[in-house]
Design a protein around this ligand. Structure first.
Ligand code: DX5
Ligand code: ZN
Length: 218
């Protein structure tokens, strides 16, 4: 049986001038983790934050810190994000030539290791590293910005990945990131998603707890 769906609000759509209050609001709303989008202006056409801010976030919350690296040369920065308090780190398959080594770097520090796939990247590309993964991120928008429209083909990709994980008898969580709302959440949960990231849907709502409940269907 699938466990209860986990919700990871993305602070990309939060008010950064009031970040600790914003994080408190999702804690109160029963979020399971906080999704932190790291962008470098190279791998994606946008810039966000670095380890310094992750370290500050770590000091104000006990929520699991889920760090999504959308950066080139991720191997150079893994250690800094681990020191800053990351509990889970996902790296993009498209951002490195040495995915296996990168995954080992994360795992040797007892951090949960994930690989994120852009919408155009087939799940078959993961075949040789599946055994080592704790979670896989299906990007349901092209990475770089919050508030984009969900790419409908992502639902089928999640179903296919779920089948692949089950066939291999592996224990890997499927995270879906981008354009998640109360409507597509239902099909994603039915299709096998374990963790739903939601930025604008949660932080765009005054009632964060209500928004999270709409996604979980509770
Ligand atoms: C996109 C980011 C997402 C984004 C999600 O590059 O990785 O985490 O913030 O935001 P919404 O839910 O607004 O698409
Ligand atoms: Zn993300």
């Amino acid at each position: 049986m699938t466990d209860k769906i986990k919700i990871a609000p993305s602070i990309l759509s939060a008010d950064f001038s009031r970040l600790s209050e914003e994080i408190r609001s999702i804690e109160k709303g029963n979020a399971d983790m906080v999704h932190i989008d790291i962008m470098d202006g190279h791998f994606v056409p946008n810039l966000t934050i670095g380890p310094l801010v992750v370290d500050s976030i770590n000091k104000v919350t006990d929520l699991v810190l889920d760090v999504h690296l959308m950066i080139e040369d991720p191997e150079k920065y893994i250690e800094a994000f681990i020191k800053a308090g990351a509990d889970m780190i996902s790296v993009h398959l498209e951002a490195t030539d040495h995915l296996h080594r990168l995954i080992q770097m994360i795992k040797k520090n007892n951090i949960l290791a994930g690989v994120a796939l852009n919408p155009s990247t087939p799940i078959a590309m993961l075949e040789e590293v599946m055994d080592d993964l704790d979670f896989i991120v299906i990007m349901s928008v092209n990475p770089g910005f919050g508030g984009q429209k969900y790419i409908p083909q992502s639902t089928q990709k999640v179903r296919k990945l779920k089948k692949m994980i089950n066939d291999l008898k592996l224990d890997i969580d499927i995270q879906v990131d981008g354009g998640v709302n109360d409507v597509n959440a239902k099909e994603l949960i039915a299709g096998g998603a374990d963790i739903l990231v939601a930025g604008s849907f949660v932080f765009g709502a005054d009632d964060r707890s209500g928004a999270i409940k709409l996604i979980t269907g509770e």
